[in-house]
Ligand binder design. Structure first.
Ligand code: NAP
Length: 316
């Protein structure tokens, strides 16, 4: 994993202070072992925030340490599994007062809605939805008390539109966006701001080392078997190679942290903006048709390939 190429140089180096004191603003970020979390932690520390970078597995902290060192920045690294409610309460108390919470931790388990197991669905919701909800509920009272705060929820383009072979992930991200929009209004009287960030595909570990397939993905009895192969081919050939650079997202999150009046939604990446615009223009079915055609073409190609392999094996 190489994280040498940061957008940090583009970010003005200024110390970030609370409005009426000389104390630096404290930001707590989840899921900082890689991807957006790691990049945002480094960029926030470099920008002058008092950064608490959490991760579920501290054995992975060396990537972050290395990136911080390279950037000449410092952050506090602590352990937090967002599926552990007691640990969430403890961390919210340990680092109070938290000025900014970034709910970034997330997992992806790909598979059709028929194949994915109930346990896998549960795991996605526990991490991508309930983890963020629990953190927001743990930190919001401190913010309410101080009449100041910002909660940034990292949702996804998959939270704005359906996502084939990712129904559970998409559902959890839709739920997260619904939660963000709702508490944005509830917390407004207390000057606590809530933002939802909705990136399209970006090059992070979630589409590489951390990309999981359901345990049933290769189940030959599944009616989805042939379609699973095609979907995977589509991801590998068309989606992953075209994913955008991850520092676009961390850079935008830093901008949001510094905005006086942050918006409710930030759609990030060309793919996400095109899909969001098409939906806004009432052209959702056009986008669906394009994606479906690509998917079916990939399925047919993959099936031909599998058939050719089978026949080659039969030959003496
Ligand atoms: N990259 C994209 O294309 C994309 C697009 C839209 C939205 N997103 C969202 O962006 C967020 C960050 O993902 P990423 O793209 O940066 O992928 P990533 O590189 O895989 O990072 C995900 C991070 O979440 C952590 N995590 C997973 N389960 C956790 C748990 N139970 N407790 C605490 N941390 C946990 C991972 O830790 P481990 O190292 O321990 O697994 C990792 O640090 C996710 O919410 C994802 O859904 C990503």
């Amino acid at each position: 994993m190489i994280y040498g190429h940061f957008a940090i140089s583009l970010i003005a180096e200024k110390k970030v202070f609370m409005d009426n004191s000389q104390k630096r603003k404290r930001v707590l970020i989840t899921g900082c072992s890689s991807g957006f979390g790691l990049l945002t932690a480094v960029a926030a520390a470099k920008t002058g925030y008092d950064c608490i970078a959490t991760m579920r597995n501290p054995a992975k902290a060396d990537y972050l340490r290395q990136a911080l060192k390279q950037a000449g920045a410092e952050a506090t690294i602590d352990q937090l599994d967002v599926t552990d409610p007691e640990a969430i309460k403890a961390i919210a108390a340990k680092y109070a007062p938290i000025d900014i919470l970034i709910n970034n931790a997330g997992i992806l388990i790909m598979g059709s809605a028929l194949d994915i197991t109930a346990e896998e669905m549960q795991r996605i919701f526990e991490t991508n939805f309930f983890g963020a909800v629990r953190l927001a509920r743990a930190v919001a009272p401190q913010m309410i008390e101080r009449r100041s705060g910002l909660i940034i929820n990292v949702a996804s383009l998959a939270g704005l539109t359906g996502h084939l072979f990712n129904a559970t992930y998409s559902s959890a991200k839709h739920a997260l966006i619904g939660f963000s929009e709702s508490i944005r209004l509830e917390l407004k009287p207390f000057n606590v701001k809530v933002v939802s960030v909705e990136p399209g595909f970006h090059k992070t570990e979630i589409i590489r080392a951390n990309a999981n397939l359901t345990d049933n993905f290769y189940d030959k009895e599944s009616p989805m078997f042939e379609y699973n192969r095609g979907f995977l081919r589509l991801m590998l050939d068309e989606v992953v190679p075209r994913a955008a650079e991850a520092d676009a997202v961390s850079g935008k999150i830093i901008e949001i942290m510094q905005a006086k009046k942050p918006k409710a939604h930030y759609v990030i990446g060309k793919d996400a903006r095109v899909v969001a615009l098409a939906r806004w223009l009432g052209l959702a079915s056009l986008v669906d048709n394009i994606i479906y055609k690509k998917f079916i073409t990939a399925v047919r190609r993959e099936n031909r390939r599998a058939q050719a392999k089978k026949e080659a094996r039969k030959k003496p």
